[in-house]
Every structure is written in structure tokens, then in C-alpha cells.
Design a protein. Structure first.
Length: 381
């Protein structure tokens, strides 16, 4: 007789629930909470392995047939009560948001989906979090900067209800990534979309760049993507075993135009991004059998974001001070120089990335691709 296992039973059970409602979250509640509407056996098999039986499918069907709706609390024998809802409640209380039973249409591509955005506290990540919430997703804002992630979560929850949660992570640290996915599983039961966005840049000549800086960039941008995919794929694979067979989940790396063309005096960054596309293609080949798509989005420069526009440390100020743009006398001159290199005459924005993100999630018949979003600056051959 096997016993309750959070990381095995929650994603499996969420997959079963997704047969009955298009958007479901499953959250461990305090042991002292009310009796469960439905109690089921734990699945057999070890965590991560294929279970020997289909957990709770028959019990769930019988419950729905008898009651006309899904249970709002479930207990897997030996485990805590689980709140069934569609928002991110905390363990102290059950969610009250009605389950979303039917979805359809472009505006519903991510509605009710459980997403995690790494590096979600600022920059492109923040823009993606905001847009996902507006499109009805439930979003874990994962960042090294937990204060920033929680501040954004508070702001969004005040406006939209309990739909986001800040979570601490260092994507370059295996134990930290493992803990993040354990937390996500306890608070949502599974995950549908990983946006692997956290990234860092240390520019410098190959003749000057220190090994420490090279390793730092590689560890966050390249190894971090591997670690996040590894733990996300484990949860998604369990969940997808019993979810409807036409339902896929997505891993999307926010790459860069520097993953498609070399970047002068920026080799550590470009190398980490080129290498990540090798991971994207390889993971896509393997995970297709788990119904997980893996794609990359390659944005052009985000001139309005903090990396470029921070008044003290932004690249515009740095390039002005370093005299990198001949004849430039102000930040505006430096910006104009870079904008002129983009055929569409402006930098990339969060909404441009979001168009691509919705496309790769909505497109059921594509995986292992790198989608440029560069205003025509990079064209695929
Ligand atoms: N800014 C651009 O012009 C541009 C262009 C193309 C691609 N990108 C890519 O977009 C992504 C986001 O870039 P951005 O410019 O918005 O970044 P940013 O520096 O504005 O924000 C990055 C966020 O990631 C977090 N972070 C950093 N290291 C982390 C770690 N180890 N673990 C968890 N979180 C961490 C930071 O705290 C921050 O909140 C990166 O992958 C970057 O390579 C950026």
C-alpha cells in the first residue's frame, strides 16, 4: 500500500480534474479544515514513476455523476485535505472562485492556466506576468528578488483577486529550483506553463572577461534553463498522464536575438543563448511524448526596460560614458543610434513578446522552435 506523496499525487490528481474542468488549481489545506467531499486512494508507484493505476478517475466520474459538480475538497488517504478551485488560495483557506468549465477562443489561450515566470519581478518578466494575469492565468512570480516579486503579486491580487504568488528562487541553484516547484505543486497542484525568463548579462572582450563573469552568465542563463525545465517537466509529465489527451503544456525560454547572431564583446551572453537553443531542441524531442512543447522566443533589445534605461546603471548611460557610440552627446543620441538599427525603428516591448508567447502556447503543432521578435533586425534563413 503506497502512501500520499505531494509531488506524485497532486499533479496526477490535477490531471484527472482537468478532464472535467478546463481550469483547476489544487491546494494543500491545513489538516484541521473541514472534512473532504471526496476521499480517494493514493496512486501506486514511486514519485516520478508511472503509477500502476489510474488514480481517482472512476471515483471522480462517480462523484460528478452523483452530484452534478466536482468536489470542492478532496483527500488522498494519508494526506491533508486539498482545496479544488481555480485561483491560488493559501493553505489557510479554500478557494471560492468558481471552476472554469469551458474555454474557447484566442483570448482564452492561457485563461485558468497555472504559469511560473522566472525573473518575473522586473523587466520583460514583469511585463509577461502582467499580461498573463490580464489574459486570466494564475501566475507564480519567481525571482531572486522576493520582495519585488511579492510587491508585484500584492498589486495584481488587489486588482484581480488571488491570482498570483511571489516565490523565491535562484535559478542557478538546484536545491532552490526544486523547492520552488515543490511550493508550486502544493499551492496549485501542478503547472501548465514555465516561462524561463531570468537572465543576466556581463559584456566584455574575450581578452578581458574573467572566468568568474563567464561562469556566472552561463550558470544563470544556460544551466538555470536546464534546472527549471528538469523540475517543471517532472510535474508536467505526471499531470499530463491523466489530463485530456489534446491538452499540452508549455516550456518557453525567453532567449534573445543574441541567440541567433553573434554579439560583439558579449560572447558569454550570446554563447549562453545559442547553447540554450540546443537545449530547447533536445528537450523538445524528448518531452513531446509527455505532451510538453518546448520553444524559445528571441526578443530584440528592450530599450524601455531597466537593463537599457536605468538612469544610473542602464546600458544607454554606460555606452554614453564609454564613448561607444561615436558622436553621441546624450542618452537620447545613444538610444537613437540603436533604434536606427531596427528596421521597424523601435525597441522590443513586453507586448511584442506576449504576442509570440500566446502564439507558441496556442499552436498545437510546433515544438523546438526559436521565434524571433526583433522588428526585422534578425531574419531566419
Ligand atoms: N533587456 C533586453 O534588451 C533583452 C533583449 C533580449 C532578451 N532579453 C532576455 O530577457 C530576459 C529578461 O531580461 P530583462 O532585461 O528583462 O532582465 P532584468 O535584468 O530587467 O530582470 C531580470 C530579473 O531576473 C531576476 N534574476 C536575476 N538572476 C536570477 C536568478 N539567478 N534566479 C532568479 N531570478 C533572477 C532579477 O532579480 C530580475 O528581477 C533575459 O533572459 C534576457 O536575456 C533581454
Amino acid at each position: 500500500m503506497s502512501s500520499y506523496d505531494t509531488e506524485r499525487d497532486l499533479p496526477l490528481l490535477r490531471g484527472v480534474l482537468l478532464r472535467f474542468a478546463a481550469a483547476v488549481t489544487l491546494c494543500e489545506m491545513d489538516e484541521s479544515r473541514a472534512e473532504a467531499d471526496l476521499t480517494v486512494r493514493p496512486s501506486t508507484g514511486e514519485g516520478g514513476d508511472a503509477p500502476a493505476d489510474a488514480p481517482a478517475v472512476a471515483e471522480m466520474q462517480a462523484y460528478v455523476d452523483g452530484n452534478g459538480s466536482l468536489p470542492r475538497t478532496i483527500r488522498v488517504q494519508g494526506g491533508p485535505p486539498l482545496a479544488v478551485g481555480s485561483t491560488l488560495s493559501d493553505a489557510a483557506g479554500r478557494t471560492t472562485e468558481p471552476l472554469i468549465e469551458e474555454l474557447g477562443g484566442r483570448e482564452d489561450v492561457v485563461r485558468g492556466r497555472v504559469a511560473v515566470v522566472t525573473g518575473g519581478a522586473q523587466g520583460f518578466g514583469e511585463q509577461i506576468v502582467r499580461a498573463l494575469v490580464c489574459h486570466g492565468a494564475r501566475v507564480f512570480i519567481a525571482d531572486l528578488n522576493l520582495d519585488g516579486a511579492e510587491a508585484l503579486a500584492r498589486e495584481l491580487n488587489a486588482a484581480h483577486g488571488p491570482v498570483t504568488r511571489g516565490v523565491a528562487v535562484d535559478v542557478s541553484d538546484e536545491a532552490s529550483v526544486a523547492a520552488m516547484f515543490a511550493e508550486i505543486t502544493r499551492f496549485a497542484g501542478g503547472v501548465d506553463l514555465l516561462v524561463s525568463n531570468a537572465g543576466v548579462l556581463k559584456a566584455g572582450s574575450v581578452k578581458e572577461l574573467s572566468s568568474a563573469d563567464f561562469d556566472f552568465v552561463t550558470r544563470v542563463n544556460y544551466t538555470g534553463f536546464f534546472l527549471c525545465t528538469r523540475f517543471a517537466a517532472r510535474v508536467m509529465a505526471q499531470q499530463n498522464r491523466y489530463a485530456p489527451s489534446d491538452r499540452t503544456t508549455d516550456i518557453v525560454q525567453i532567449n534573445s536575438k543574441s541567440g541567433l547572431a553573434g554579439s560583439n564583446r558579449n560572447g558569454a551572453y550570446a554563447g549562453s543563448k545559442f547553447g540554450s537553443l540546443g537545449l530547447v531542441q533536445s528537450f523538445a524531442l524528448e518531452l513531446v511524448s509527455d505532451r510538453i512543447k518546448v520553444n524559445a522566443i528571441c526578443p530584440g533589445n528592450f530599450f524601455d526596460g531597466p537593463l537599457w534605461s536605468d538612469p544610473d546603471r542602464g546600458l544607454f548611460v554606460q555606452y554614453l560614458q564609454a564613448g561607444k557610440v561615436p558622436g553621441a552627446e546624450s542618452v537620447a543620441d545613444v538610444r537613437a543610434h540603436y533604434e536606427a538599427q531596427v528596421p521597424m525603428g523601435r525597441g522590443c516591448r513586453g507586448e511584442d513578446v506576449m504576442h509570440a508567447l500566446l502564439y507558441v502556447v496556442e499552436q498545437p503543432y510546433e515544438t523546438g522552435q526559436a521565434v524571433p521578435v526583433t522588428g526585422g533586425q534578425i531574419m531566419l534563413s
